[in-house]
Design a protein around this ligand. Sequence first.
Ligand code: ADP
Ligand code: MG
Length: 482
Amino acid sequence: MLEKVLEKYELVMGLEVHAQLKTKTKLMSPAPNAYGEEPNTAVSTVCTGMPGALPTLNRAAVTEALKTALALKCDVQTLSVFSRKHYFYPDLPKGYQISQYDRPYALKGRVVFYLNNERREINLTRIHMEEDAGKNLHLDDQGISLVDLNRSSVPLIEIVSEPELRSPPEAVAYLKALRSVLRYLDVCDGNLEEGNFRCDANVSLRPRGHEKFGTRVELKNINSFRNLERAIIYEAQRQYDSLETGGKIVQETRLWDADQNKSQSMRSKEEAADYRYMPEPDLLPLTISKDVIEKARKELPELPIDKMERFIKEYHRSAYDAEVLTTSSDLADYFETVAKAIKDDQLASNFIQTNVLAHIPNVETGIQKFYPDAKSLADLLMKVQDKTLSLNLAKDVFEIMRAEKKSAAAIIQEKNLSQVNDESALLAVVEKVIQENPKQLADFRSGKDKLFGFFMGQCQKALEGKGSPATLKKLLDEKLKG
Ligand code: ADP
Ligand code: MG
């Protein structure tokens, strides 16, 4: 789609991601950090900016922010500072947002992922903590706007990448990998639609062969992975059209409109000076001791990329398989339990991907309550291994297990579903089918090889689909030749 643009220019992108942390209370206020409540009920005097109300930093939010920084291999700072970032807007009654600015708690770091089987590492610039603002609600039909301060002071971390992303799919892969880390740590829901995981994309074009980056445009209001891709493509094309007709790119913030599939200029990019940053006088600088940092580092769970690379090595999975199977740590556990029990990585991986995942629309949360659970699925697959069931029969049994919440053994017995492996019983069927179809036999013998399938089908029909496919094939091969 962007072929023409990319002939002449290189696409350069950096993402700024705002992730809401899953704490009980807010970053600077004791009010509950709750989503979907009645407007203005989850608030305290701090959230509403009452004169004299003082901020108190939430320790749990700092702990979650710390975990995230360590998981992303950042240099965590033992000392960081909160500042006031001033601007006027009805959803910000204090008139400033408390945010880390020149002394963030985490520097550097990286996000690692696979794109088309290739390992990519994108460097981070920094991560900082800040509080969210409230929300304005515009009731256009009534000509009024309302303010809901439930979101005011909800804890956020802003994760800023270096301008190292080079294609729309790479930006999407980066964002998915980052979200996966946050979900593994259970610090953020990672839901773009609900707005607890928000992404601004900075996009510029650079003439091929040049070293200096072009002017960047910041895209806001991107609420899905698909929209991230579409917004970048639109923006690259827009900048190209402008540059190719002698125009100049203005540094600005543009708002993505998913319904119209285009962006609109929102404001020219404000300079840092416009915000009149100053250290927050009501909060001490934040200190995190080396001991606390090292202890938190030791307590990190296995992270998605590490799990993925372990699956590639230990279970001989492709990067694609490993990525699918590690979409959530619960799914990864499910796979590992099955694979270890049946000692067949390929069978476990295939069956889970084609059969189990087909019934789980939301992989991140769907597997915990799923039946067959890992142990019951392993029991089913062992019936394939000991030839009680063919793979096709196993798929049928799986569907019945799912619907009736019963074990494989119970269903096989109840419905008399075991595979017929007995060679003499199968031979009797083969001979009968051949005898009953002399015309097809003659045609087969005169070269119509395709009729093999017909005989196979007739045999399975007589056996209600329960004949061992391998044995039937062997017997038909022998008998049809005559
Ligand atoms: P601001 O808050 O002003 O947007 P930040 O430093 O928070 O500034 O974020 C800047 C983002 O823009 C980073 O993700 C960075 O990688 C990206 N960026 C910087 N220069 C360019 C450029 N020329 N093209 C694309 N992205 C860029
Ligand atoms: Mg920005």
